[in-house]
Design a protein around this ligand. Structure first.
Ligand SMILES: Nc1ncnc2c1ncn2[C@@H]1O[C@H](COP(=O)(O)OP(=O)(O)OP(=O)(O)O)[C@@H](O)[C@H]1O
Ligand SMILES: [Mg+2]
Length: 328
């Protein structure tokens, strides 16, 4: 069953500096997330990958109501969680939580770990009395010693801060956790532990994850479906094994080819992605990827492509999607 449906979500930030249009008195906005649509099924994991600055965190924050979206709609469990724009409904925030990209900065420095991980209860379950027991339960759940409840955020390591972020995120048994780079900056063994914890929570509590990560090995290992984002748009979305086996969008193909050992028998092909990512302030006409695309033709700079179903069954926004040839 579909848990979350997003349609045409657009998020804009006001432009500062000389391009802001202050002399005209009009505020200018730049679209950082441009019309994202996706569905996430209950108890499954959808990974979002894409270059730095492509709008992944902005999209995640918009889903939590932390950044307002300009247009688009959201349906969670059959209901619209953002009634009249503005703040999402309380019941939604009870069921959806977020692990932030910067775990230490997202923890208030003056509160103990125990207070931080039980904060969701104080907001959503004021009837609960024994918060100390809840803090212990959550610390054990994420593999931290129970006496960590007394510590402060500056007294824990980056890996431990991720675990605290995870404990906070799962405190209320949510149905959806949005995890923004849950393993960034961690060594491989700690990454593995965090991912195993997430997998266990999914198996035991049927939590759905919307996972944002640069790490394509993590994407392949953890996700049922993969969405590849480029300049605020999803350029390809489909079952993870199919997207990796035969990416149809040239950007998805380049990203996957550039990953070491991503395709068996293929060598790292770092020359695949040439050129700088364009700024959202100067979005190219047509397909935003065309200035960097090895397969671009005149149509690509004139018209933005609409999503279509690729040969492998993914949804791809490209005028000339790649076809997998038998020798590939
Ligand atoms: N509060 C803000 N105000 C204005 N612009 C912002 C704001 N936050 C982010 N941006 C801009 O929006 C774009 C997308 O940023 P975002 O943080 O969503 O990217 P990202 O895909 O999460 O990148 P990364 O992989 O580095 O985390 C960037 O160009 C960024 O500079
Ligand atoms: Mg980010």
């Amino acid at each position: 069953m579909t848990l979350l449906s997003v349609r045409d979500l657009t998020v804009s930030y006001p432009v500062r500096g000389p391009l802001a249009g202050w002399w005209t008195g009009q505020k200018r906005f730049v679209d950082v997330v441009c019309g994202i649509s996706l569905d996430l099924a209950e108890g499954t994991t959808l990974a979002i990958a894409g270059e730095s600055g492509s709008g992944k965190s902005t999209f995640a924050r918009a889903l939590m109501g932390l950044t307002p979206f300009r247009s688009g709609s959201l349906i969670f469990d059959g209901k619209a969680p953002f009634p009249a724009r503005g703040r999402p409904a309380r019941a939604y925030l009870h069921q959806v939580s977020m692990m932030f990209q910067d775990p230490v900065a997202s923890l208030s420095p003056r509160r103990t770990i125990g207070a931080l991980i039980t904060e969701p209860f104080r907001i959503h379950r004021p009837d609960l009395r024994n918060l100390e027991a809840e803090a212990k339960r959550l610390l054990v759940l994420v593999g931290l010693p129970a006496d960590f409840a007394q510590r402060y955020p500056h007294q824990i390591s980056g890996g431990q801060a991720r675990r605290v972020g995870l404990a906070r995120a799962v405190a209320l048994n949510p149905r959806l956790v949005i995890a923004d780079e849950p393993t960034a900056g961690l060594d491989v063994s700690v990454q593995g532990e965090i991912l195993n914890l997430m997998a266990r929570l999914q198996a035991e509590q049927s939590v759905a994850f919307l996972m944002i990560t640069h790490n394509l090995a993590v994407v392949r290992h953890m996700s049922d479906r993969t969405a590849i984002m480029y300049m605020g748009r999803i350029v390809e979305e489909g079952p993870t094994d199919r997207v990796f086996a035969s990416p149809a969008h040239p950007y998805a193909a380049a990203l996957i080819a550039a990953e070491p050992s991503s395709l068996p028998g293929h060598h790292r092909h770092s020359a695949a992605l040439k050129g700088e990512v364009s700024s959202p302030l100067h979005r190219p006409d047509g397909c935003a990827f065309h200035p960097r695309c090895p397969a671009a033709r005149p149509l690509c700079s004139a018209t933005a492509p609409l999503p279509q179903v690729s040969a492998s069954g993914a949804l791809v926004s490209c005028h000339f999607p790649l076809q997998r040839t038998p020798d590939q």
